[in-house]
Design a protein around this ligand. Structure first.
Ligand code: ATP
Length: 246
């Protein structure tokens, strides 16, 4: 059900060390139950927005200068990762930062540590394995031995173990073959069907607009375009810049 916004960002300005202006007044909304894509080229500020939401901004010497973030009706004060995760705001980082020396199962366990009871956690493992059968087959294997696509699925699975209300995905298609990107897209749709709202940061606009309900384009720290995914896919600027129809 799509009942009002789960996230509202208003006029958000973020700098690194007070010097680099990464976000210059960004406003965007994620409706409850929606998949929202955030497109933009390198350096546009996509990762910075995700860091702000996941409470990891400070770890990168970043700082909110102005603006506000309202998450599930309350002003988001979470300025550290643990607080964001317990509020249900969970980021799957770019580059599949899984624990390569741990097994698949151990990686999932690590993702569930923030969530209380063990019985519930076991049920969550099963839910993840149902969603990603390839991970079930390899549950005892070291994660570092998985293919790139499998590692991305493990990173997403690990994020799901902390029970997100809003899942933040940072370029899940990065470095993957087209067929695998298609599978990741299907996984995102399935996660959303099971009730999780998703903010999907992507440079791959074809995948992102195929999955999203709504999309925003970030351009040097500001939103330059927004609309339904279908609207944006038919916009000249998006076609030229992001869909490779020059
Ligand atoms: P990419 O797709 O390359 O990750 P992006 O859209 O995610 O790009 P950001 O990584 O958010 O963009 O970067 C926005 C701006 O902030 C860029 O100018 C970048 O150089 C700068 N920046 C990012 N991280 C830092 C940091 N830790 N310290 C200083 N400047 C930074």
């Amino acid at each position: 059900a799509k009942g009002g916004p789960i996230l509202e960002v208003t006029d958000l300005a973020v700098t690194y060390g007070g010097v680099v202006q990464a976000l210059r007044g960004v406003s965007l909304t994620v409706e409850e139950g929606a998949v929202v894509a955030l497109l933009g080229s390198n350096g546009a500020g996509k990762t910075t927005l995700l860091r702000t939401l996941s409470g990891t901004l400070r770890l990168h010497k970043g700082r909110i200068e102005s603006g506000q973030i309202v998450y599930r009706g309350d002003r988001l004060k979470a300025r550290d990762p643990a607080a964001s995760v317990s509020a249900g705001l969970v980021q799957v980082p770019e580059g599949r930062r899984i624990f390569s020396r741990l097994t698949v199962e151990e990686n999932l366990k690590a993702g569930g540590l923030s969530v209380g009871d063990r019985g519930a956690r076991a049920a969550d493992h099963q839910r993840i394995y149902d969603m990603f059968p390839v991970l079930a087959d390899r549950r005892s294997q070291r994660a570092g031995l998985l293919s790139g696509g499998e590692q991305q699925m493990l990173a997403i699975g690990r994020g799901l173990m902390s029970k997100p209300q809003l899942l933040l995905l940072d370029e899940p298609s990065l470095g993957l073959a087209p067929r695998i990107i298609g599978q990741i897209g299907e996984v995102i749709k399935e996660i959303n069907r099971q009730g999780t709202s998703v903010l999907l940061v992507e440079q791959n606009a074809t995948m992102a607009l195929g999955v999203a309900d709504h999309a925003f384009v970030l351009d040097v720290g500001k939103v330059s375009l927004s609309g339904s995914a279908a609207e944006l896919a038919s916009t000249d600027a998006v076609q030229r810049l992001y869909l490779g129809h020059g």
